[in-house]
Design a protein around this ligand. Structure first.
Ligand code: GRF
Length: 205
């Protein structure tokens, strides 16, 4: 069976990448295959996860290029070389321009560790999201997978999953629980959904 080719963009530990790799093995990700990992950080542990699973990995750093346009051209060139159809941003900490995003309409998705529209947008990334949720005092948080458009965390929502905040939670424990109870579950499900949508759109052409 011809499978949709996915590139996963990472910057750090890559536990969401691991969840995608595992989901390909257990069949939750059925119509897609992880064909490439792109990291903007050569020290990201996620690179090791890719290597351990025989997935090609390219390190492409913004600092290695004079302009955003050249940086993004390098990414696009890698995506072309590996014939990538779909991009999954999984803890990717580099900004992509509206130009880049426009080149892959409804073909880029992102995982965000809150229930959008809460605690999202500019400045809400990583541990800051969980600090803000605790500071506000919400009793339920969670994770969201959404299409990427030019508005940070503003694209159409694909899947969400709620996580209850426990009285003893701190930002770190909450971050871990949101990953375990929400992110690692909905990201593979959303990736499969987007691959199926992509296949449908190709059939119509
Ligand atoms: C996750 O919480 C993700 O939602 C956020 O960054 C974290 C990445 O973790 N955007 P990992 O690299 O997948 O372990």
């Amino acid at each position: 069976m011809l499978r949709v080719r996915i590139a996963v963009f990472i910057s750090g530990n890559g536990t969401n990448l691991q969840a995608l790799i595992d989901s390909e093995k257990n069949g939750i990700l059925e119509t897609g295959e992880i064909a490439l990992v792109i990291s903007n950080n050569e020290e990201a542990y996620g690179i090791r996860r890719a290597e351990d699973n025989g997935i090609p990995c390219e390190v492409i750093k913004r600092g290695g290029y004079d302009s955003q346009a050249e940086f993004e051209e390098a990414i696009k060139s890698a995506l072309r070389n590996y014939e990538i159809d779909i991009i999954v941003l999984a803890g990717y900490m580099s900004i992509l321009s509206p130009d880049f995003i426009d080149s892959y309409p409804r073909r880029i998705i992102n995982i965000h560790p809150s229930l959008i529209p809460s605690f999202c947008g500019k400045g809400y990334y990583g541990i800051h999201v969980h600090e803000a949720a605790l500071k506000y005092g919400v009793k339920v948080t969670g994770a969201t997978v959404h299409y990427v458009n030019e508005i940070p965390d503003g694209g159409e929502i694909i899947l969400q999953k709620a996580v209850e905040i426990e009285p003893e939670d701190n930002a770190l424990s909450l971050q871990q629980r949101v990953m375990r109870e929400a992110e690692w579950i909905i990201l593979p499900q959303a990736a499969e959904y987007v691959c199926r949508q992509y296949l449908k759109s190709m059939c119509k052409q």
